[in-house]
Design a protein around this ligand. Structure first.
Ligand SMILES: [Zn+2]
Length: 328
């Protein structure tokens, strides 16, 4: 259940449980796509376990079984509802109400709120009130890859436990075990494409997104060579996961800037992407940074009613200008 890069954070948490030195609220932070919610579940399980082994869940007691079945009466979880990205105040109020009841099986009640920054302002304020009152044997577990988006007053009431970024070899080893049907070269490409974020790399493999990344690279080359018009490329990209595309474009641009600063190009990955990186390496650094910011800006507007094909076309026109000035 734990992921290999969780180990040091998990050790800290297990020590807190073992010494019974638990704060009322914990905030698990770390990089995006590092399985923070999964670590939160692990902590919840370890807290509720009736026979913890050095602070870690035994996986065999009644509590552990009930948690696996999703029917533990002392365990609560708040996530954004299916059709929304937001955790709403009603959900937080229900949780607070239940939290005031006594425990039934375990020594603690434990609630997991993940990702905590998705609470809207009202929800966050309701939670804050709870954090100001004594909670008895109740522990709140918040996870967030973006703790800067939490209310500072919530952050300051939580003990923070940090998951460190996963090391390259640890991630590659995990990918090799978890996605053994893929080749070593694919594991490496996924790791590169995901900017080292392990679970994102896993998703690229599971959803076959490496081929899409390659296609995006080829489309950009075709655009630079006037074989495709910006509107054609935009039309094709609408069928792809745009969130990932903007991330890749941003990465390639940053790789170009980095190469200019350090004289070293990061690993290129598949062929088309290698050519793109050579093209950006020759372009003006300031223009590349402008394009990168523009890509990240567009990435934030994916849920907006703006027409995505127009955002893409606009960006591609600028891309063509920047790259063609540098002459591919
Ligand atoms: Zn147990």
């Amino acid at each position: 259940m734990l992921l290999p890069w969780h180990e040091s954070a998990a050790t800290q948490l297990a020590q807190l449980i073992g010494r019974e030195k638990l704060p009322h609220a914990l905030l698990i932070t770390g990089p995006a796509y590092s399985g923070l919610r999964r670590l939160g579940h692990w902590l919840q399980r370890s807290l509720l376990c009736l026979e913890p082994q050095q602070g870690r869940a035994c996986m065999e007691c009644r509590s552990c079984h009930l948690l696996s079945a999703g029917s533990h009466p002392d365990a609560y979880a708040l996530h954004p509802e299916e059709d929304s990205t937001v955790i709403k105040v009603d959900a937080v109020r229900r949780l607070i109400h239940d939290f005031m009841l006594t425990t039934t099986i375990s020594r603690y009640k434990a609630a997991l709120i993940a990702p905590a920054e998705q609470m809207n302002v009202n929800a966050a304020n309701a939670l804050l009130k709870t954090l100001e009152e004594p909670l008895g044997q109740a522990v709140l577990i918040l996870t967030s890859a973006n703790p800067g988006r939490l209310l500072p007053t919530i952050r300051s009431r939580c003990q923070v436990v940090r998951v460190e970024p996963a090391q390259r070899n640890v991630t590659l080893q995990w990918l090799a075990t978890r996605y053994s049907e893929h080749t070593e070269a694919q594991h490496l490409s996924a790791w590169q494409g995901a900017g080292g974020q392990p679970m994102l790399a896993g998703r690229y493999l599971a959803e076959d997104l490496l081929a899409v990344r390659q296609q995006v690279g080829e489309d950009l080359l075709a655009l630079s060579r006037d074989k495709l018009a910006p509107a054609d490329v935009a039309g094709r990209w609408l069928d792809f996961p745009l969130e990932d595309i903007w991330l890749w474009l941003g990465q390639w641009l940053m790789a170009g800037v980095q190469a200019q600063l350090t004289g070293q190009m990061p690993d290129a990955g598949p062929e088309a992407v290698g050519e793109i990186l050579h093209a950006v390496e020759a372009a003006d650094a300031e223009a590349l940074l402008g394009l990168q910011r523009h890509a990240m800006h567009n990435r934030r507007f994916l849920d907006s009613p703006l027409r995505q094909d127009l955002l893409i076309t606009d960006w591609l026109l600028k891309w063509r200008q920047v790259i063609n000035t540098a002459s591919v």
